[in-house]
Design a protein around this ligand. Structure first.
Ligand code: DC
Length: 256
């Protein structure tokens, strides 16, 4: 049995709209367009999602940040990461908030700013425990749908957004790139955060993280049948965003 559903609150500021969202709050905004971006580690999905959201004036739903916040809490609380019941109870009694500007999003866990802490390497390497737990996913998927229901246009980014969370999304993307290029990108990203890591370690780590995402039983990483698959190996961020935005525009015109 899941504990009572005061599960998560999500703040969003999107296209000039700002509000506090809880599971039980009344709806006061209609969802307009949902764009999903799923993909492998280092495929460029997070950066592309943030830029695309900004360009479209949409909300940016970084679902990985939610899994990271709960992983951080499990580590801080010393929970048994092999105990799905403990993880589910922890998820159901936690508050995860995403708020702030697109591209400069702040993440709060139980009211505390954990934006930097959730990017620590120990969180990256332990997040698969939380991510493979069905009860945790249930809690977070509900929060993600609630976010989308209230935030107007949304760019939702993660592993299962097009397949499980928003199967009826208006436009779906799946981003991937050669592992070597993804490892370089990830290494650079870590460096920018002051974490110096060898290329070989990073390559090994992202390969392992992808393997876990792809092979897990619950909501594995895969492209939705109707997703546009984008190989970003040779693309700059600007090229990625241009390509994605062009597809969104085509879809808008097609459905007008
Ligand atoms: O994208 P990321 O590295 O911030 O994701 C953190 C973890 O959460 C990673 O283990 C994959 C997992 N995740 C997931 O299972 N489903 C999502 N929709 C988003 C992330």
């Amino acid at each position: 049995m899941l504990p009572s559903p005061v599960l998560s609150e999500v703040h969003a500021e999107a296209g000039g709209f700002s509000g506090l969202f809880t599971f039980r709050a009344p709806r006061y905004n209609r969802c307009l367009m949902i764009i999903t971006i799923d993909g492998t580690v280092g495929s460029g999905k997070s950066t592309a999602a943030a830029h695309l959201a900004r360009r479209l004036g949409a909300g940016h739903l970084d679902t990985g940040a939610m899994y990271r916040a709960l992983t951080l809490k499990a580590l801080q609380d010393g929970l048994d990461l092999e105990d799905p019941r403990a993880l589910t109870e922890m998820a159901a009694s936690s508050t995860v908030e995403l708020d702030g500007e697109v591209g400069a999003q702040r993440v709060r866990l139980d009211g505390l700013d954990v934006t930097a802490a959730i990017r620590e390497n120990r969180v990256s390497t332990h997040s698969h425990y939380v991510a493979r737990t069905p009860g945790v996913r249930e809690v977070l998927v509900a929060a993600q749908r609630e976010f989308a229901a209230r935030a107007g246009d949304v760019v939702a980014e993660g592993r299962d957004q097009g397949t499980m969370v928003f199967p009826d999304a208006d436009v779906k993307f799946f981003l991937d790139a050669d592992p070597e290029v993804r490892a370089r990108r990830r290494q650079l990203e870590l460096e920018e955060r002051g974490q110096v890591r060898s290329y070989r370690d990073v390559l090994r780590e992202i390969t392992e993280r992808d393997r876990r995402d792809i092979t897990r039983d619950v909501s594995p990483l895969k492209a939705a049948a109707d997703a546009v698959v984008v190989d970003t190996t040779d693309m700059t961020i600007e090229e990625m965003v241009d390509a994605l935005a062009a597809d969104v525009e085509r879809s808008r015109k097609g459905s007008a």
